[in-house]
Design a protein around this ligand. Structure first.
Ligand code: GLC
Length: 474
């Protein structure tokens, strides 16, 4: 099958969140199964061309834009059998991935530039697979004005996070040549790219089975639950995998000592090295909690903040790496100042440091309010780090509570979104940690889990077949 991905972020070129990890590893897994896969991504200003060997020029096209045209070029590279196409043009590319005042327009144009490129290629795709709001308008384009040019390619739209829908004024539609007819729940004069993609895709998917159920409810549906309910039969949930070649403590060059199930000594060395580097008290028996991710409410930062001091009172340490809302950054700065030697805060994102934190930590905290899939818990498993999570979305699908299931548990979880149940899960985790035999067994169990892409990539292939069938039937 020929499959054409498009996404705003693709690792290792441009990464803000988990979307980049998926768009940077699922195509490779599909290619390994024998499919022909391409990925289109804007050539963001943050992308280091020299480092990634991206040619200065690529094939160029003149893409319709409002009543005129704009020049877009498409330099590309090959990575592990996947053609990665960088979409470059003055009306598309900005310094950063997100946050420019014209994001709505430039991402709409990105979608059109992808449609033009696919329509002009001699190898037209069988399936066009768009991810999140940034690429969403590609779906109604392929289903509408580009249907003929693309010879009826099937479309799949994947939701990585329904909280972001990319709403803007409807005049963006004129600019990219899409009909104005509203899709519920768009208000007059408003455009909702995610709603349009959901309404017109052959199949809609999301990144875990649980989240696929949750988004049909008012609590998680972000206003699109009724529209999603009309697509219930074509709604798939496929849990993400991770790149087990990148996240492997036996070969990871970012961590100071390597380890594996056969010889775990390196993990303790990683812990001591991180404690030293971050100015924490040094001791291999001190329970160490890692937190990596955005300090925003989605990630549960509002329930984690009030229990931080209590975690430290159990004798544990906390290492935090991430950036977020200024309000929470300020609170955590204050906490770090008050708990020098036990709480370390690094504001920023650094992939190498993240891997050192996964390796050094005993436990990984993810008390998310909602979590479409979550990758941190899967990476933690690889590094023998036990996740403490709220049982929601992909976290519910991948983490089993070790007190509820002594023989098969893989972490600690709680249900109600509140500080007290989180604190309770943390206390249970620390208790288990202090029981050496139990902890060793738990750690070994999580390291044996297989969250490589293999199984999920096969599910994607089944979904693409279903999308093609739906298209033929239509
Ligand atoms: C988004 C979601 C996260 C998911 C990732 C990749 O970042 O918030 O849960 O793992 O996308 O699909």
């Amino acid at each position: 099958m020929r499959i054409a991905f498009s996404a705003a972020e693709v690792a290792p070129y441009a990464k803000v969140g988990g979307l980049a990890d998926v768009a940077g590893s699922l195509p490779q897994a599909l290619a390994a199964l024998g499919h022909d896969v391409s990925v289109h991504v804007p050539l963001h200003g943050t992308i280091d061309r020299a480092k990634h060997g991206i040619p200065a020029e690529g094939p160029a096209r003149s893409v319709p834009y409002a009543r005129s045209r704009t020049r877009v070029s498409y330099p590309h590279v090959a990575r592990d059998g996947v053609r990665v196409v960088f979409v470059d043009g003055p009306r598309i590319v900005r310094a950063r991935v997100y946050g420019a005042p014209d994001d709505a327009k430039r991402y709409a144009l990105f979608a059109r530039a992808v449609a033009e490129d696919l329509a002009a290629s001699k190898d037209r795709p069988d399936v066009v697979h768009a991810h999140d709001w940034h690429a969403a308008l590609l779906v109604p384009m392929v289903a509408g004005p580009y249907r003929r040019a693309l010879r009826g390619a099937a479309t799949v739209f994947t939701i990585h996070n329904l909280a972001y829908q990319g709403q803007s004024a409807a005049d963006v539609l004129d600019v990219v040549g899409l009909p104005k007819r509203r899709v519920k729940p768009e208000a007059p004069g408003q455009l909702n790219p995610v709603a349009r993609a959901i309404a017109s895709a052959d199949i809609v998917s999301t990144v875990s089975e649980r989240y696929a159920q949750e988004i049909l409810t008012a609590e998680f549906g972000s206003g699109l639950q009724d529209l999603l309910a009309t697509r219930r039969d074509g709604l798939w949930g496929i849990v993400n995998g991770i790149d087990v070649g990148v996240f492997d403590p036996a070969t990871d060059r970012h961590i100071p000592a390597r380890y594996s199930l056969r010889d775990m000594r390196g993990k303790a060395q990683c812990k001591v090295a991180l404690q030293k580097a971050l100015g924490l008290a040094v001791g291999t028996a001190i329970p160490l909690f890692g937190v990596i991710g955005r300090l925003v409410e989605q990630k549960g930062i509002d329930i984690l903040t009030p229990v931080a001091s209590e975690i430290l009172r159990t004798g544990a340490q906390i290492v935090v790496l991430g950036t977020g809302e200024p309000k929470y950054e300020a609170m955590w700065k204050e906490l770090a100042a008050r708990h020098r030697g036990t709480l370390s805060l690094t504001l920023g994102f650094d992939a190498a440091l993240a891997q050192r934190v996964y390796a050094a930590s005993d436990m990984f905290l993810m008390p998310s309010r909602f979590e479409p899939c979550g990758l941190g818990q899967l990476i933690s498993f690889r590094y023998g780090t036990v996740p403490v999570v709220r049982s929601v979305g992909g976290l519910a699908d991948t983490v089993r509570d070790a007190d509820a299931d002594r023989a098969g548990g893989t972490g600690f979880s709680f249900s109600e979104y509140a500080a007290a149940p989180l604190a309770d899960a943390i206390r249970r985790a620390v208790r288990a940690y202090r029981d050496e035999a139990r902890w060793t067994a738990l750690r070994e169990r999580v390291m044996r889990l297989d969250h490589s892409w293999d199984a999920s990539a096969r599910r994607y292939v089944e979904m693409y077949e279903a999308a093609r069938q739906a298209r033929r039937a239509a």
